[in-house]
Design a protein around this ligand. Structure first.
Ligand code: GRF
Length: 205
């Protein structure tokens, strides 16, 4: 059974897509054992409760400094003994200590076709604003391993989505979620659960 921790900050539609895939057996032999948010008001925490998942909020506001927050986040992850950590709209740069403790076990969903429109400053609607400003005709989403850079880890899956005339950032964001994110993230998790995609530190396997 693949033990999954999902880290969230917002609405949790990607978290919901994972729940739906597990409940419909598109993802087998996997369980979300903990949902962690840095935002006490994240609707994703409500979704976790609705699905009877254990959830915990680790908010930077509750800690004296970044180091204490990072330690609390690491402990919240460690306690759940995850095989896989999924960043689903998690607006926190993962501290290197966590990445070193879970090599090749952290994946992220990014709402563009990396290496376009990614890296510092490209998150949420800002990604789609950049896409529209540049005038590209095709965008999409990417699932990738998390390394110590921003959106620089090995790419696992991508799915393209057309940009349509008259798109606003909000309309485009919704299309990228519906037609790409909510498909490739559960699919990547299913492939990991089946062993089709290797995770973990190969030296330790
Ligand atoms: C998604 O667009 C995701 O690609 C990005 O942040 C957003 C999170 O949405 N990283 P949700 O919280 O999963 O609804």
């Amino acid at each position: 059974m693949l033990r999954i921790v999902v880290c969230v900050s917002g609405g949790g539609t990607n978290l919901n897509a994972i729940y739906e895939a597990i409940e419909s057996h598109k993802i087998e032999d996997a369980k979300i054992v903990r949902v962690i948010s840095n935002n006490p008001g994240a609707y994703a925490l409500t979704r976790a409760k609705e699905h009877q998942s254990e959830s915990v909020c680790v908010s930077p506001k509750d800690y004296l400094d970044r180091g204490a927050f990072n330690e609390a986040l690491l402990n919240a992850i460690r306690e759940a003994s995850p095989d896989l950590i999924v960043l689903a709209g998690f607006l926190v740069n993962i501290p290197s200590g966590i990445i070193r403790e879970f090599p090749n076990r952290i994946i992220n969903i990014h709402p563009s076709l990396i290496p376009s429109f990614c890296g510092k400053g490209y998150y949420g609607l800002k990604v789609h604003e950049g896409v529209l400003a540049r005038g590209v005709k095709v965008t999409g989403a990417t699932v990738h391993f998390v390394d110590e850079g921003i959106d620089t880890g090995r790419i696992i899956a991508q799915k393209a989505v057309n940009v349509e005339p008259g798109d606003t950032p909000e309309i485009l964001q919704k299309r990228v979620m519906e037609q790409a994110e909510w498909i490739i993230l559960p699919q990547a998790i299913s492939d990991i659960a089946k062993g089709l995609i290797e995770i973990g530190d190969k030296d330790r396997i």
